[in-house]
Ligand binder design. Structure first.
Ligand SMILES: [Zn+2]
Length: 607
């Protein structure tokens, strides 16, 4: 709520008392304002939601009411301009009188209320992007992320909110929001309201208890899922998180799941998550484990970003970018712990986990951008870089997910080593959870640095600075050595590399990445080039990888590509790969101290 303090001249005491008086007046007036939303979808096939929002008890002194739709949604740090889908905006008073309104910028509507106590705004929202987890409506179901559909008034953003949904016959609503009656919901303020997505349709809801708290698994779409197996494994993830954090920060939690052919990814919310997956991942152990990794990731966010919040995201501005250098912990830290939680829950094994560590080391070293941009800066610039990744991102930018996970792993082993395994990065996370509750102002990197130093000693401050704000390579051999682990060279590495990655595109192989300094880079190839032939013979993406294995370092291949509409030829001088995907294994001569760290960090796991 914003209050304009009177400016101008006058005694300071007088100004202060006017401030207090005005504040009291406005607060009294605000506390009378009631906000009720309605959400209807009478013609689902048109993808149009019909939204109403009614403000009653408005102060007679107010001449206008400002409504805004956010330009981004929490969890995705990118300006999305939801207002582009809004049509037919109109406003009226309690007696049906039409109120004049005008747009003042792309996402702001100002209604001339003339002191009316009640104002009702109506508008439609075009919703056809289920895959973005923002808003979608078709003749089978609806999904609503409140930030993409419901407007708010900046003056009353902290007021309680009521919602009535009008679903088509046979549809029902599933959400983490508190319910007062069928299709009636309440939230304590707009921030929570916008953070409680709704699934509306004929989804299957499976209620279960975990740690004595009610949970719901809600599934839209068919597939080879079995609810009993899913609930058994999700319950293990919940219980392991409760052990890790000490308590569950909600009274009820909802897992929303969309099973659709192109489904993938998820978004965390305050007491729910929306996840997408293709429908047939649940029987194959490897793809099922991948799905449980998504569940583990989104659920860990319930604490790490929903309770423990970066300061810039604690009370964000919905109308513009909110810059934060802490996404490496919010996202990368979550990516680090999601795998550990699966292992501790018995849903993975130490060997499989170490395969993941090996890939983390390989990818960390392969990415030239890690030497250009710090992981803190990657999060800060997420709004203009990460989510808009271009062909040079890999070469010029870090990645706050991947690098943030690598940094979290390094910090964990540094703290364990420094304290003879008495403390871990998990202790620093719990420390942050205790110091930065959701009700507070949120944390900064300086606070994380302090928590790491409290866990592992003051010397870790400099280690933290180097990992989070620096671009120096991570000393993997030393850090993994703390747990008695070593990198074992790949037994049959490929003899040469090109440094390009490609996917099949029709009858050609489209280059998706050219690594800086690689043979393909030096030859002048570019992402987007369509390779049609190698030494005059047609090749696919897989065929290219296979055929270059017949060459030796120093030999050349001729790649014929279409760049736009022109046929071009490039000569690539092959080189020995600068890196190989080495495995990570316990040393034979592991010391008792190292073994203690390894065994407590990575329990043997399940299957
Ligand atoms: Zn995440």
């Amino acid at each position: 709520m914003g209050i304009n303090h009177p400016g101008g001249a006058g005694p300071a005491v007088f100004r202060a008392s006017v401030c207090v008086l005005l504040t009291l007046c406005v607060m009294t007036a605000d506390s009378d304002v009631r906000i009720r939303y309605g959400l209807a979808m009478p013609r689902p096939a048109t993808h149009l939601f019909e939204v109403t929002v009614t403000f009653s008890g408005l102060p007679a002194s107010a001449n206008d009411l400002t409504l805004q739709l956010p330009v981004w949604r929490p969890g995705r740090y990118l300006v999305l301009d939801f207002a582009g889908g809004v049509t037919r905006f109109a406003a009226g008073g309690a007696h049906g009188q039409v109120l004049a309104c005008r747009k003042t910028d792309k996402s702001t509507w100002r209604i001339a209320t003339g002191g009316a106590a009640e104002v009702r705004a109506t508008y439609e929202v075009y919703a056809d992007e289920f895959d973005q987890r923002t808003r979608g409506l078709d003749d089978e179901h609806a999904f609503v992320n409140g930030a993409a559909v419901f407007m708010y008034s900046p003056a009353y953003r902290s007021r309680p909110v009521e919602l009535q949904v009008f679903p088509p016959a046979g549809w029902h609503v599933t959400t983490g929001m508190d319910s007062t009656a069928t299709d009636h919901f309440t939230a304590p303020d707009y921030d929570v309201f916008a953070d409680c997505p709704l699934e509306i349709g004929t989804q299957r809801d499976f209620a279960f208890d975990a740690c004595g708290v009610p949970h719901v698994l809600s599934i839209y779409g068919g597939g080879n899922w079995e609810p009993d197996t899913l609930i058994r494994d999700i319950r293990k993830i919940i219980e392991t998180n409760r052990e890790f954090w000490g308590s569950l920060p909600y009274r009820r939690y909802v897992f929303l799941l969309h099973c659709t052919p192109d489904g993938g990814g998820g978004t965390e919310h305050v007491n729910s998550t929306i996840m997408g997956t293709s429908p047939f991942v649940f029987r194959n152990p490897e793809s099922y484990r991948g799905f449980l990794g998504l569940v583990s990731h989104e659920y860990f966010h319930t604490w790490n970003v929903k309770q423990i919040r970066p300061a810039a995201l604690a009370h964000p501005d919905y109308q513009k970018e909110n810059y934060t250098g802490e996404l490496w912990l919010a996202e990368g830290g979550t990516s680090y712990f999601d795998g550990l939680i699966l292992l501790k829950a018995g849903l993975s094994t130490r060997e499989r986990y170490l395969d993941g560590v090996a890939r983390t080391v390989y990818e960390d070293r392969l990415r030239p951008g890690n030497a250009v941009q710090s992981v803190a800066q990657s999060g800060f610039d997420a709004w203009i870089k990460y989510w808009k990744g271009d062909r040079e991102s890999f070469n010029e930018e870090s990645d706050y997910y991947q690098k943030g996970a690598a940094v979290s792993l390094a910090l964990d082993l540094e703290i364990r080593h420094a304290t003879a395994n008495a403390r871990s990065f998990g202790d620093a996370m719990r420390d942050l959870y205790a110091r930065f509750p959701r009700s507070g102002p949120g944390y900064t990197n300086a606070d994380v640095r302090a928590a790491v130093a409290r866990a592992g000693g003051d010397a870790l401050g400099a280690v933290f600075d180097s990992l989070v704000s620096g671009t120096a390579p991570i000393a993997w051999e030393r850090i993994l050595g703390y747990a008695g682990l070593e990198l074992v060279p790949a037994t049959s590495p490929p003899p040469v590399w090109t440094g390009l990655e490609a996917v099949d595109a029709g009858r050609s192989a489209r280059i998706t990445r050219v690594i800086a300094g690689s043979p393909a880079f030096n030859a002048g190839l570019d992402a987007g080039d369509d390779i049609v032939a190698l030494d005059g013979f047609r090749t696919s993406a897989a065929g290219l990888l296979q055929r270059v294995k017949d060459f030796r370092p120093g030999e050349t291949v001729r790649l014929t590509v279409f760049r736009d509409d022109r046929l071009r030829e490039f000569t690539v001088r092959l080189e020995k790969p600068p890196l190989t995907l080495d495995s990570v294994k316990p040393r034979e001569a592991i010391t008792p101290d190292e073994k203690r760290i390894l065994d407590s960090w990575l329990p043997a796991g399940g299957s």
